[in-house]
Design a protein around this ligand. Structure first.
Ligand code: CA
Ligand code: CA
Length: 154
């Protein structure tokens, strides 16, 4: 009987940790995305591609014209991909689409060479394989400037 109680106790603890873990993940996602609920570029994207599930966004001017653009990492079928929505002043324009890490995605903005367009660093993982790459938008294309391990995490 004592053994059973112990066993049940451990089971409850493990189960609680599991539940907390799931909830934490979902909350984090909602928190990140809720910041962009009113973003007009994201609204256009969601309307145009309802089948693409948005995972992560980051707003910044990436084309050096003082108009804010939007980096979007999304899932479509089983692929995780990234696209940049450029506010052209005459509607939304899309860059090419590139593979993105499938887990733990993060986007960091940094003007690495301190001039012209803002660069951005995307990192993430896939089953523990970590990768990152530095990108810049050139002529409406996502250009991969430097990276490591992206093949094994995308
Ligand atoms: Ca811009
Ligand atoms: Ca730059």
């Amino acid at each position: 009987m004592i053994f059973m109680k112990k066993f049940l106790g451990i089971f409850i603890i493990i189960f609680t940790i599991f539940l907390l873990g799931c909830e934490g993940q979902a909350e984090k996602e909602n928190e990140v995305l809720s910041k962009y609920n009113e973003n007009k570029l994201l609204k256009v994207f969601k309307n145009e591609f309802p089948e693409r599930k948005v995972i992560l966004c980051e707003a910044a001017d990436l084309t050096n014209d003082n108009i804010e653009d939007l980096i979007v990492i999304f899932k479509e079928e089983k692929e995780t991909r990234m696209v940049v929505l450029v506010d052209s002043g005459d509607g939304v324009k899309y860059t090419n689409i590139v593979p993105a890490p499938i887990e733990d995605q993060s986007i960091k903005l940094k003007n690495i060479d301190n001039k012209d367009e803002m660069e951005f660093i995307v990192s993430g993982s896939k089953r523990g394989n970590i990768g990152y790459a530095i990108f810049r938008i050139e002529n409406m294309k996502i250009v991969d400037l430097f990276g490591e391990g992206m093949d094994s995490c995308c």
